[in-house]
Design a binder for this molecule. Sequence first.
Ligand code: GLU
Ligand code: ZN
Length: 267
Amino acid sequence: MITTRFAPSPTGCLHLGHAYAARVAHDLARQNGGRFLVRFEDIDHTRVRPEFYEGILEDLRWLGLTWDDEPWRQLDRLDHYQMALDRLKMLGVIYPCYCTRKEIEIELANLAHAPHGPEGPLYPGTCRSLTNPPRDREPAWRLNLDMAAGLVGELTFKDQRHGRIGVDPGLLGDVILARKDIGTSYHLAVVVDDAAQQITHVTRGEDLLGSTHIHRVLQTLLDLPEPAYFHHQLILDESGQRLAKRHDALSIETLRNRGEDVWNLLP
Ligand code: GLU
Ligand code: ZN
């Protein structure tokens, strides 16, 4: 059975872009007699505000999108992410990183050929073979890409729009899998939860296409199934910028109060 999910962060209200993303996931499930789940990506508790959990569900109800089961909160699942992290530790594919943002910046500035990815400079690997870890700092944990790539071999994923894509494990560099302040990361949590909720079709904006390369590596390392992907278009404002919280005028709440037909505003 097809199972999809919508995974908003309760750090703000839903806007038109979220409505589109939610509808894509919802319709794919409903048109196939499948299940549509809601999962709150709330691991970054420093940015979460409690009123947005219910506010988001309220918006979804008003949009006429119904979901199955009680929505999950990632904050309830930290022990599962920790277990996944421990497993990666045992495989020897992650390492502690003590760098501050500032130190990474300086390191990159000093390199003649700083590594680059689609989203900017990549972590230069400073802590990969650290012999004397500083004792006064909590580390973040990073994926050791070379090690991981060697273990997983050649991988692909299937995207509904782009077809089969070969995984480039190095695309995002040695990504952080556990931030020092929250103990986990988007990449780790989403991979663990998509498997735990038996998501068959991951639908999300095409801005996350790059992340899927890393997710396939993690799924393989953790022995998790491979979902199908649909990276849909992003909803942009008049000047071609992707929608964000500053677009108050396009929040679902505002549109609801104005009595607008949201679906008419979307492709
Ligand atoms: N919270 C993410 C977003 O709104 C969703 C990530 C995902 O679906 O994997 O873009
Ligand atoms: Zn480091």
